[in-house]
Design a protein around this ligand. Sequence first.
Ligand code: ZN
Length: 121
Amino acid sequence: MLNKQHEQEIKEFVLKNVVAYCDKCGTPYKPKDLTVINDNTNFIIVQATCPKCKAQYIVQLVEPINAARKFPIVLDLPAHKLATSFLLPPVSTDLVLEFHRIFLQKRLKLKDFLTYIGVNE
Ligand SMILES: [Zn+2]
């Protein structure tokens, strides 16, 4: 689990070096607008939500080569739910195929899938 001090350090690094402002409306981000989704020392994923226009971005940091990239994303989940899903064990191929079939038949969304596997309460 990510400790609060390390999470704050990641947020400050991202704000200083990667995403200071929203690309869409120019509103400056604050630490509360960022959620650290995953941190395994070499690869960090942070989700940013603009406090004004609600545009969302994913930021990926690769530490050994000091690379960062940012791309827009549309989520139907709050960031803390996305973070929870990163702690789950790997999904089997059979389960992926089963859900692919169900998604096509019933037009389900990601939040329905997460409810099924117990992430969404
Ligand atoms: Zn914005």
